[in-house]
Design a protein around this ligand. Structure first.
Ligand SMILES: [Zn+2]
Length: 421
């Protein structure tokens, strides 16, 4: 039979990575079956506050006649390798019969909710109980949510990420990489791979900073291109590599405004609106502005880490029509992308005096505008062109500020893309 193995919440900021732990499990599972296809790396709702580092869960498909032993080796690996001593690490694993269509379609709905909304541990336990799903629960077992989601996720849109792992004795030490080789790989294989480096901010974004086992992760739409790109990279010794199929770079977390009647914190949206309060820089370099939407006024932000994207946002003025893409936290949409739909190009101002050139003053309702000094008058306000140093189209944050699930513009089939590379 074919069994999906889902695993989540085995890591912490102090180390490990659920993808790596899944790899160790896949190795041991091979004794009792065969792993079929690429494993999956599914990112859940990025706004959830109790997430582990990247809020990513893993699932892989095993063909086996010995589910008992598969469960046992996964149990062994989790106990041996997960960051169990960390309070916020609460691992979970599930073993789901691939052929149970009713269960799989239930899990697909559950997964969609886990990526865009909030699910409780009780909801996960309910499904496990209803379908008698074999599972492993450690401590609070929060990982069961991600484990079920990774199994059930139905990606109409998906991408790949090849993760390379370090030799275990090097975990926790600075990563040895030749940065130039990552720029070379990007130059050759972009846009089949993306978010490898951030040229303008001079950051190799695909190399993490933490204590986890990952050396780098190359993201892309074409696994042949990813494999070729990896050939070019010059780094410390790589222990092993694994290609994952993933919902990263797909915008799967975004809820369209047409689907809902209100906007809530811990959800991510696409909302259209008109700028009613022009952007301003707050201390720390964060930029804020307000738009009027079908939900009322919504505050938006481009935080300091979004770097040059803030310069675009700061060019907006009252009346501009935009569509914002981002996560709502503290009643503010944190922009990941923006479409400038329509810019205000004219304004109505008091007429200028034809003699002295100063603006005329209004002399009251239904009375003409006057220049006191020159005694000139004019009947109405005049339409004036505004010089805009901005054009309609799509804008995005730089690669160094991109969230895992956010779709880069290079993947979007839209006109007037201002791609940040
Ligand atoms: Zn005048």
């Amino acid at each position: 039979m074919k069994v999906w193995v889902g695993i989540d919440d085995t890591d912490s900021v102090n180390g490990m990575c659920t993808t790596y732990l899944a790899l160790l499990a896949m190795d041991k599972v091979e004794k009792f079956g065969r792993v079929v296809g690429f494993p999956r790396l599914i990112r859940l709702n990025p706004t959830i506050p109790y997430k582990t580092r990247g809020n990513g869960a893993v699932a892989f498909l095993v063909e086996t006649d010995d589910v008992e032993n598969v469960i046992e080796v996964v149990d062994d690996v989790i106990i041996e390798h997960s960051m169990m001593s960390d309070d916020s690490t609460n691992p979970g694993a599930v073993f789901v019969n691939f052929e149970n269509d009713r269960l799989m379609s239930h899990l697909t709905k559950f997964a969609r909710k886990a990526v865009r909304d909030i699910v409780s541990l009780d909801e996960a336990l309910f499904i496990i109980g209803k379908y008698f799903i074999p599972h492993l629960k450690y401590k609070k077992g929060r990982g069961l949510i991600g484990a079920l989601s990774a199994v059930g996720y139905d990606g109409h849109d998906y991408t790949y990420e090849l993760l390379a792992y370090r030799m275990p004795e090097r975990f926790g030490t600075p990563r040895g990489i030749d940065e130039d080789s990552f720029y070379e790989a990007d130059e050759l294989y972009y846009p089949k791979i993306w978010d490898t480096v951030d040229w303008r901010n001079r950051i190799v974004v695909c190399v993490p900073k933490g204590k986890d086992p990952v050396l780098y992760g190359i993201r892309g739409s074409d696994y042949n291109a990813i494999n070729s790109a990896v050939e070019i990279l010059r780094t410390e010794e790589v222990d092993r590599k694994m290609m994952f199929i993933t919902n990263q770079s797909t915008d799967a977390h975004l809820i369209d405004e047409d689907e809902v009647n209100e906007v809530k914190n811990f959800h991510s949206y696409i909302i259209r609106g008109t700028v009613v309060q022009k952007p301003y820089i707050h201390k720390g370099g964060h930029v804020f502005f307000t738009i009027k939407t079908k939900f009322g006024e919504v505050k938006c932000s481009a935080f300091e880490p979004t770097k040059q994207f803030r310069d675009v946002v700061l060019k907006l003025i009252e009346g501009d029509e935009v569509r914002v893409f981002g996560a709502m936290k503290k009643n503010t949409i944190n922009l990941e992308k923006m479409e400038v739909i329509k810019l205000v190009r004219f304004r109505y101002s008091n007429p200028k005096c034809p003699i002295c050139g100063k603006r005329m003053k209004s002399s009251g309702r239904n009375k003409p505008f006057r220049c006191k000094n020159c005694k000139t008058t004019a009947e109405s306000r005049v339409k004036e062109k505004i010089d805009r140093d901005l054009s309609e189209g799509f804008y995005e944050v730089p690669p160094c500020a991109r969230g895992h699930i956010s779709k880069p513009l290079v993947r979007m089939d839209v006109p007037n893309k201002n791609i940040f590379r």
